[in-house]
Design a protein around this ligand. Structure first.
Ligand SMILES: [Zn+2]
Length: 317
C-alpha cells in the first residue's frame, strides 16, 4: 500500500507517493504562497488529490516547519506561514478519503533516515541537520520523540554558550549560532578578516563581493587551510553538543544531514574529537557512530508518508 508525503517548505511544497519500502513512485511540487495561509491549505489538498488519482492510497502525511502538537493534528505555530493553532489535519482529512497526519518537517526527515537511510538497523538515533540553521530529530527505542506537547527535539536551540550570540528564537547562545551553515559563513569571514591562513577566503570574498556557502564549500573541498579551520571550529561546537546529547539520550548513532554535511569526514572528524573531549565519564561510555545522512532532498516527503502509514496502521510512531 502506498502513502502520500507532503513537505511544506518556505519556497515550495513538495509531494510524493511513497511505497512501504521508502521508494518514491510519483512526485509533484508547487511554489508556496507563504503570504496566504488559506492558499497553502488548498495547495496541499490539491496536491494530495492529484497524487492519489488512480492509486490505492492508505494515508497522507504532511510535514511543516514549526510546532506541531503531539497528536499530529494541529500546527501551533509555523515561522513563515501565518498558521496559529491551525487544525490542519482535520481540514485536510475532511477533503480526502484516507487517514491524515501532520508532523514537524525535521522530525519527518529524521524518521526517513531512521527507517530507510543512515539510521536504519538502529533503535536509538539522533539527527542534526546542518543547513542555514540547525534542525534535529530524535528516535528513542524505535519511536519518534515528540515530547509531551509535540514541541520537543528542537536541538538547534540547545544553549551552548551562556550569554552568547543572539538567536532568531529570541534566546542567546544556541548551537544554531555556532554549528549552522550561517555560523560557518561567519567563521569563514572572521578567518578572511584575520589574514594569514584566511588569505584564500579573503581573495574569494573580494572576487565575489561576499562569501557564500558554495564558495566556502569549494575551498573546503580544495583543502584550503582557512576554510578547513572554520569547518573544524564548527565541528568542535557540534561535537561538544553531541556529548551533552549523549548524556541525556545515549543514541547508538548520530546522523548529520543538511548542506554542510556534504563535507563528510572533514566535518565528522572534529565532531568525533570534540565529542570525546566533552563526554562525561569518557572511556566508559560506549561510543556512538557518527555518519552522514543518506537522503538528500526527499527525506521530508518519505518520512511524512511513512509516519502517516504507521499512524493509519495503528502503530502511532
Ligand atoms: Zn535559538
Amino acid at each position: 500500500m502506498q502513502a502520500i508525503g507532503i513537505d511544506i517548505g518556505g519556497t515550495k511544497i513538495a509531494g510524493a507517493v511513497v511505497t512501504e519500502s521508502g521508494d518514491i513512485v510519483a512526485e509533484d511540487r508547487v511554489a508556496t504562497q507563504a503570504h496566504d495561509a488559506e492558499a497553502v491549505v488548498d495547495a496541499v489538498i490539491a496536491m494530495i488529490e492529484r497524487l492519489a488519482v488512480g492509486r490505492e492510497i492508505v494515508a497522507a502525511g504532511v510535514a511543516a516547519p514549526g510546532f506541531i502538537d503531539a497528536a499530529q493534528s494541529t500546527v501551533y505555530y509555523t515561522p513563515n506561514i501565518s498558521w496559529r493553532n491551525e487544525p490542519l489535519r482535520d481540514r485536510v482529512r475532511a477533503r480526502v478519503p484516507f487517514d491524515v497526519t501532520i508532523d514537524n518537517d525535521a522530525n519527518a526527515a529524521g524518521w526517513a533516515e531512521f527507517r530507510f537511510g543512515a539510521g536504519r538497523g538502529f533503535r536509538d538515533m539522533t539527527m542534526l541537520t546542518i543547513g542555514t540553521g540547525v534542525g534535529g530529530a530524535i528516535v528513542s527505542e524505535g519511536r519518534l520523540f515528540r515530547g509531551g506537547y509535540g514541541a520537543g527535539a528542537e536541538l538547534g536551540h540547545l544553549r551552548v554558550v551562556p550569554d552568547g550570540l543572539p538567536c532568531g528564537c529570541g534566546a542567546h547562545g544556541c548551537i544554531e549560532q555556532y554549528g549552522s551553515g550561517r555560523a560557518l559563513l561567519r567563521m569563514a569571514n572572521e578567518m578572511a578578516d584575520a589574514g594569514g591562513i584566511g588569505l584564500a577566503l579573503a581573495e574569494a570574498r573580494e572576487r565575489n563581493g561576499q562569501l557564500d556557502g558554495h564558495l566556502v564549500g569549494e575551498l573546503i573541498a580544495a583543502g584550503d587551510p582557512g576554510a578547513l579551520r572554520a569547518l573544524e571550529t564548527l565541528g568542535h561546537w557540534l561535537g561538544a553538543t553531541c556529548a551533552s546529547l549523549s548524556a541525556v539520550l545515549d543514541p547508538q548513532v548520530f546522523v548529520f544531514g543538511g548542506g554542510v554535511a556534504d563535507a563528510g569526514d572533514l566535518l565528522l572528524d572534529p565532531v568525533r574529537e570534540a565529542y570525546r573531549q566533552h563526554l562525561p565519564a569518557r572511556g566508559y561510555h560506549p561510543e556512538p557512530l557518527f555518519v552522514i545522512a543518506e537522503f538528500a532532498n526527499h527525506a521530508g516527503v518519505v518520512g511524512a508518508a511513512d509516519l502517516a502509514r504507521q499512524h493509519a496502521a495503528g502503530l502511532g510512531r
